[in-house]
Design a protein around this ligand. Structure first.
Ligand SMILES: NC(=O)c1ccc[n+]([C@@H]2O[C@H](COP(=O)([O-])OP(=O)(O)OC[C@H]3O[C@@H](n4cnc5c(N)ncnc54)[C@H](O)[C@@H]3O)[C@@H](O)[C@H]2O)c1
Length: 327
């Protein structure tokens, strides 16, 4: 069961899982997800606050394992409305764990985030680095991770936590892709700015201690990310121990490099506006990516920035032609 499977990353996970011969059942309240993105198995339209509905779905579909991607994802909003983030990240996940326990399903892969590390002491960031979230979004993810640890110890759960860095790109076949509202992620913002669908992208901070002065992040192709979830479910089915692993590439890419890649793919210079640094944005966030490959036999295959941008560009063009941005 893919909770949040109508969303950006969850729909790619559903596709990877289906390609491997499993049947993904999507559980999603469609608050931010899309009916068009559920294509590889049934959709149970429900809210993770509704424990009865989760238990019924688990029983009806004979669920063997759960991937939990559902939740609210806007870090800035979490600073304005922390309650929403503790409810719609932590409380829903706790409710899900209770429903799983009651129905005897004990395998879960959980979407966590680099946000649990806060402002790291250095890069690359290993899984053992201090957990010091600087916003309610990251704190709620960390609360879920702590709860998973106790469900492992006390209730015999097997839990694999995947801490994503920056998910980006789109399905190489063009069937699904990124569609958030509001959009806060850099690559779609640069692309939509270049297409003239949105104003030029805002670059916050040109004076960071990085090679070109702009912030550096670790972008991972959503297809690579999705495959790691499939391998994660298989790892748990083999009896794998509960643990947490970063999902990134180990390579940092700056904001200006992203803008340059979009310029190359589009064939024309990309407009952008310069702004001061935003509070709480670290200069660089780059994953130590060794653990996921050792644990899962996983490798990022499509995560070069040029490939990510090409796939995202193609998807944005298609989404624009089909009127999905005005939905
Ligand atoms: N996109 C990234 O770069 C990134 C980075 C780190 C972590 N993550 C995490 O990955 C997960 C997926 O992110 P995404 O970008 O695909 O977001 P998304 O908003 O596209 O998908 C989230 C899905 O969860 C559903 N949902 C939300 N609350 C729900 C509830 N109470 N009950 C049922 N369904 C609910 C939404 O309808 C949506 O389909 C999130 O947990 C996010 O925090 C994402």
């Amino acid at each position: 069961m893919i909770c949040g499977g109508a969303g950006y990353i969850g729909s790619h996970v559903a596709k990877s899982v289906a390609e491997a011969g499993h049947e993904p059942v999507v559980f999603d309240n469609l608050i931010a997800g899309h009916r068009w993105a559920v294509r590889w198995g049934p959709l149970v339209e429900g809210d993770l606050m509704d424990r009865g509905r989760i238990e019924a779905a688990i029983r009806e579909h004979g669920i063997e394992a759960v991937v939990q991607l559902a939740g609210s994802i806007n870090v800035g909003e979490s600073m304005q409305d922390p309650g929403k983030y503790f409810r719609n990240n932590f409380s829903i996940s706790l409710n899900l764990l209770e429903a799983m326990d009651a129905t005897g399903v004990k395998r879960i892969v959980f979407s966590s985030s680099a946000a649990v590390y806060g402002i790291p002491e250095g890069n690359p960031i290993t899984e053992e680095a201090a957990k010091a979230p600087i916003n309610p979004y990251g704190e709620a993810k960390w609360f879920v991770e702590r709860a998973l640890d106790w469900y492992t110890r006390a209730r015999g759960f097997q839990c694999l936590t995947l801490r994503y860095f920056n998910a980006a790109g789109a399905d190489p076949d063009g069937e699904i892709g990124e569609m958030h509202s509001p959009e806060t992620h850099l690559i779609p913002l640069v692309i939509l700015g270049a297409m003239g669908v949105r104003p030029p992208v805002k670059v916050f901070g040109m004076d960071y201690p990085t090679a070109d002065g702009t912030a550096v992040r670790d972008y991972i192709h959503v297809r690579d990310l999705a495959r790691a979830h499939l391998l994660g479910v298989e790892y748990l089915a083999r009896g794998g121990e509960s643990t947490a692993a970063n999902l990134g590439t180990g390579q940092g890419v700056s904001v200006l490099e992203v803008i340059g890649a979009v310029g190359e793919v589009s064939g024309k210079p990309v407009p952008y506006e310069r702004f001061a640094r935003r509070e709480g944005d670290p200069p660089a966030l780059v994953a130590a990516a060794v653990k996921a490959s050792q644990l899962l036999g996983w490798r990022a295959e499509r995560s070069g920035i040029r490939q990510i941008v090409e796939d995202a560009w193609r998807w944005s063009g298609k989404a624009r032609r089909e009127g999905l941005y005005s939905e």
